[in-house]
Design a protein around this ligand. Structure first.
Ligand code: 13P
Length: 255
């Protein structure tokens, strides 16, 4: 982290976990635990829990995010949710391009770009996920692949709008596997992404960009990861479902 240049943000991606009752319990447990955080704190909850999370976190330092949004404003898109619908509910962030959406729901770099543009236009702050599969890493194409994902996702995004974007580097092989990228590996790819931003925009934009690491980040390894100069926090899956673990990660990013 380099807190003189940019904000560190710890975001929980709850994925398809927690009912409304469970959401209430977890958010209420979190509020006092993270109130003194010296980093951004976000919880990205299932659509059905957004209203509950927004109401409970009002007046606290916890921000609420969704885990996807559609690129069209309205229309015949059964099962989809628009960016404006999220904004109307008081949602501030949205995870876009998560590898689970790419793997299981046909998300492509092009649709991620469309969603990102729609989210920004509606006033949401996207958390854009990029990352390689194990096979890509073994084939030595991690840097090119992540650079390409980043470039396509940001097509048409102005320098001004970019200020509202967070990028999360999530190596797919590290998600939910207990296999974390080493701090050096995480830093290396986050630095590559920052280089892409510098080329696409300029060094000011690159320096100001919050770039998180995600993938089996937990209470134990968080400190080493966020100590890396180009790792500005984390996007946390499993460990964000347990308040003490999430707090420990936030404490690590608050140092
Ligand atoms: P885990 O922390 O469970 O590995 O998940 C990471 C992730 O996918 C966050 O978006």
């Amino acid at each position: 982290m380099n807190k003189t240049l940019r904000q560190a943000v710890i975001a929980g991606n709850w994925k398809m976990n927690n009912t409304r009752v469970e959401t209430k319990a977890l958010v209420e447990e979190l509020i006092p635990l993270v109130k003194d955080a010296d980093c951004g704190v976000v919880v990205c909850v299932p659509f059905t829990n957004l209203e509950t999370a927004v109401a409970l976190t009002k007046g606290t330092n916890i921000k609420v995010g969704a885990q996807n949004c559609h690129f069209e404003k309205s229309g015949a898109f059964t099962g989809e949710i628009s960016a404006a619908m999220l904004v109307e509910m008081g949602v501030e962030y949205v995870v876009l391009g998560h590898s689970e959406r790419r793997q299981y729901f046909g998300e492509t770099d092009v649709t991620v770009n469309k969603r990102l543009l729609a989210a920004l236009e509606a006033g949401l702050k996207p958390i854009l996920c990029v990352g390689e599969m194990l096979e890509d890493r073994e084939n030595g194409i991690t840097e090119e692949l992540v650079a390409l994902q980043t470039k396509i996702a940001l097509k048409g995004v102005s320098k001004e709008a970019l200020k509202n974007v967070i990028i999360a580097y999530e190596p797919v092989w590290a998600i939910g596997t207990g296999k974390t990228a080493t701090a050096e590996q995480a830093n290396e790819v986050c630095a590559v992404i920052r280089g892409v931003i510098a080329k696409l925009y300029d060094s000011d934009a690159a320096n100001a960009m919050t770039i998180q690491y995600g993938g089996s980040m937990n209470a134990k390894n968080a400190e080493e990861l966020v100590a890396q100069p180009d790792v500005d926090g984390g996007l946390i899956g499993g460990a964000s479902l347990k308040a003490p673990d999430f707090k420990a990660i936030i404490d690590a990013a608050s140092k």
